[in-house]
Every structure is written in structure tokens, then in C-alpha cells.
Design a protein around this ligand. Structure first.
Ligand SMILES: C[S@@+](CC[C@H](N)C(=O)[O-])C[C@H]1O[C@@H](n2cnc3c(N)ncnc32)[C@H](O)[C@@H]1O
Length: 398
């Protein structure tokens, strides 16, 4: 290896040479000459998608599978290293291509053309996708028909198209627009029947209005069908959800009572075979979790609670045999203070941001917790977005 060899990929996706220079669209093992010429090495693959690298949906298609998996692990290791923490990092789980079950596309009507796709990298321009290597084929199959539909609906602006695979089929929420008139209604029904759509809702600023939903939409979590509000948070792939759930169950063992914090629709709540207290600030999500758990007669105790303003106290946390938390990207700094001091024997921390995870982990480790292991999960294949599940325990006295 020479000083001009790319030795790692930084958090934002640039390759970094041994002598500290940055190169976009490079892979470990490539070499960067002094004049900026990049020579591809053994881990540089031909990006499969015709839209790469313009499309902002993927940033790292030039990495082969080995170097992408190493990137995912390295993101977590470097964030922890920055806080002075070392631990065992398991083999990452990487979602296969074409498995993304939810995505937000952007639509724009301009000059008689309807553009529909992901935004360009670092730009508002929309890439009119003709192929996609990350979307589930059942969702990608709707992209061309949706362009036709939007034209028929007289969509004349810019808006978002949220696509989700519900138990009943594709669920679509279109924002920034609401169709009007009988021809639009007829075009919508014909589209939904032809493509076996589970639901279509529009949100023109007043909240989602559902115009098609022949059977109530659900998403099955841990074997429990949960009512699915439009554009809800779901783990991005089914296999990614399974990898995170398996890690959480492995971490917590066989507890009698568990707190699931930032519970969402109940991805972990429903998978845990115990009494589960579920705290969540989103009213719609919590209402669905409650309805799903009640219908399935699960011993779940939901609470609508803002965990940033009102984190669980030490006394509340001490009642549980295990705590699971899965906060948004900003992490759980406020909740980590009480977690650091509580007596619960085990914490399973699921994170979609290694940097805030490492910050919160430092608070826990400073208070005597240790990280037993971390399971990296790359659900957003070929992106710089990395997830993980970690097990925290208190070391037993010698
Ligand atoms: C990363 S998602 C995880 C959801 C769920 N655990 C899952 O796997 O599907 C984070 C969740 O935290 C919720 N949330 C965001 N801010 C919150 C707050 N201040 N208090 C409680 N929940 C919050 C969001 O509504 C969202 O459901």
C-alpha cells in the first residue's frame, strides 16, 4: 500500500488516502495520483444503476459487497472511537438490492413533462428514474404508471410521493396536491384497480385524506396486524427489521417486563414475548400500536409521552427487567441520563445514527455500563445511512 491508496470511506462517502486526501466515488484499494487521477482497485465495482451517481438515492454503488460491509462497520467503530469506546462489533447485516419497502419520491410537473424520482445528490433537481436498484420491484413497478396518473389528475406543482408496502399491497401518500373533479376520481379508481393498490391518500396541507382504501391497511409486526397510518415510520426493509428484532431479543434474553421507548407502531413491542410498556410521542402511531395490541390480546401498556421533555425517571426504569430504545437520529440524550443511573439489568439500544449513539453510549459507559456487542445493520444499501443494535449491561463485580 502506498500513501496515495484509498484506505477508508469517510462518513459522508468520500474515500480517504493514506496521506489524508479525499476522493469522491472511490473505493478502498483505489489509488489517487497527485494530479487527481483515480485508478480503480480490486474493491471498485461497476455501479449497477444507470442513474448513479446523479441520483441521491445511493451514494456508494462503486463499493463491492465486502468494502460496503466494511464501511458500515467502520462508521460505527469510528464514532465509538471518537468517544474512547471499543467493543465487539458483529458481522453487519446488509439488505439485498431491491428490498426497500418504503421510500419518498419527488414529483414535479414542468413543461408538459412529469418527473418522478429521488432528488439529485445535494440538489433539489429530481432524477426521473427509469430503473432503481434499491426499491422493492412492487413499488418500482408503480413509478411509470404514477407519472401517467399524476398527469391525468392535473398535478401541476411539486410534491412528494410516499410509497410503502402494506400487508394489503402498495400504500401511496401524495403531498402538496389534492385532485378535483369526476375525471380525476375516475382516473384514480382505474389506476388503483389496475395496480391492486391498497390505499391512496392526498395531503394538501390539511392532513392526509384517503380517497381509496378498499380494506383497512395494516402492517404485520411480530405476527400482529397493526393499523398503518399513511407514511408511517417502518424499518426500511423486512430483512433489516428482522435483523434488528433478532438482535433486540438476543440482547434482552427472557425478561418478564420490558420498556420499549420510542416504540413507533410497535416493531419491537409486538416481537417481545413479555409484558411491554410502550412509550411514543406520535399520537397516530401510538393509537395504532394500541389497537393492534388490544385486538391480538397482547399484554402491552402504551403511553403517549414525549421522551425528550419527560424521559422516564430512574424509579420508573427500575421497574423493568430490560429497556429497549430506538430514538430518532438526534438520539436520546435526555433519556440516557436516567438510563445511566437506573438498575435495570440490560438495555438494547437501536440507533439510526452512530454519532448520537456513541455520544449516549459514552454517558452510559461513564456511569458503569459496558457495551457487550453491537450488531450493524445496513438497510439503506449503498447509502451512507447506517443502523445498529447494541447490548448494554453492567459488568458483574469481580
Ligand atoms: C426510529 S423510530 C423507531 C420506531 C420503532 N421503534 C420502530 O422500530 O418501528 C423513532 C420513533 O420515535 C418517535 N419519537 C420522536 N420523538 C419522540 C419523543 N420526543 N418522544 C417519544 N417518541 C418520539 C417517533 O415518532 C418514531 O416513532
Amino acid at each position: 500500500m502506498t500513501d496515495d491508496t484509498i484506505i477508508r470511506i469517510a462518513a459522508r462517502g468520500d474515500g480517504i488516502t493514506a496521506d489524508g486526501r479525499h476522493a469522491a466515488l472511490s473505493a478502498p484499494g483505489d489509488t489517487l495520483a497527485a494530479d487527481g487521477t483515480l485508478t480503480h482497485g480490486p474493491h471498485h465495482q461497476t455501479p449497477p444503476c444507470i442513474h448513479f451517481p446523479t441520483c441521491g438515492g445511493c451514494q456508494l454503488q462503486q463499493l463491492d459487497d465486502q468494502s460496503y460491509a466494511e464501511f458500515v462497520t467502520d462508521r460505527i467503530a469510528s464514532a465509538l472511537d471518537g468517544q474512547g469506546i471499543t467493543t465487539m462489533i458483529r458481522e453487519p447485516h446488509i439488505s439485498p438490492p431491491r428490498t426497500r419497502r418504503r421510500a419518498t419520491l419527488h414529483a414535479e410537473a414542468k413543461g408538459g413533462r412529469m418527473t418522478l424520482g429521488f432528488a439529485e445528490e445535494k440538489s433539489h433537481a429530481i432524477v426521473d428514474i427509469k430503473e432503481c436498484w434499491i426499491l422493492d420491484p412492487r413499488l418500482f413497478a408503480l413509478v411509470a404508471p404514477l407519472r401517467v396518473l399524476l398527469r391525468k389528475l392535473n398535478f401541476k406543482r411539486r410534491g412528494d410521493v410516499h410509497l410503502t408496502l402494506a400487508d394489503q399491497g402498495p400504500d401511496i401518500l401524495i403531498t402538496g396536491f389534492a385532485p378535483e373533479g369526476l375525471p380525476a376520481a375516475e382516473a384514480l379508481v382505474a389506476f388503483c384497480e389496475a395496480h391492486k393498490i391498497a390505499r391512496v391518500a392526498f395531503n394538501d396541507g390539511m392532513g392526509p385524506e384517503t380517497l381509496w382504501e378498499p380494506d383497512a391497511c395494516t402492517i404485520t409486526l411480530g405476527g400482529v396486524p397493526v393499523p398503518l397510518p399513511p407514511a408511517s415510520f417502518l424499518q426500511a426493509t423486512v430483512d433489516g427489521e428482522a435483523a434488528l428484532t433478532t438482535a433486540v431479543l438476543d440482547a434482552i434474553g427472557k425478561p418478564a417486563t420490558v420498556a420499549d421507548l420510542f416504540a413507533g407502531l410497535g416493531t419491537f413491542t409486538m416481537a417481545i414475548p413479555a409484558k411491554v410498556y410502550a412509550a411514543e410521542a406520535g399520537r397516530d402511531a401510538l393509537g395504532s400500536l394500541k389497537a393492534g395490541a388490544n385486538a391480538a390480546r397482547r399484554p402491552v401498556f402504551p403511553e403517549h409521552r414525549d421522551l425528550y421533555r419527560r424521559p422516564l425517571t430512574v424509579a420508573e426504569l427500575d421497574r423493568f427487567d430490560a429497556v429497549v430504545l430506538d430514538p430518532p437520529r438526534s438520539g436520546a440524550r435526555e433519556q440516557a441520563v436516567a438510563l445511566a443511573a437506573c438498575k435495570t439489568p440490560v438495555i438494547a439500544y437501536v440507533s439510526c445514527n452512530p454519532a448520537t449513539f456513541a455520544r449516549d453510549a459514552k454517558d452510559l459507559c461513564d456511569a458503569g455500563w459496558q457495551i457487550d456487542w453491537i450488531q450493524p445493520v445496513g438497510q439503506f444499501r449503498w447509502s451512507t445511512h447506517v443502523e445498529l443494535a447494541a447490548k448494554f449491561t453492567r459488568p458483574s463485580p469481580q
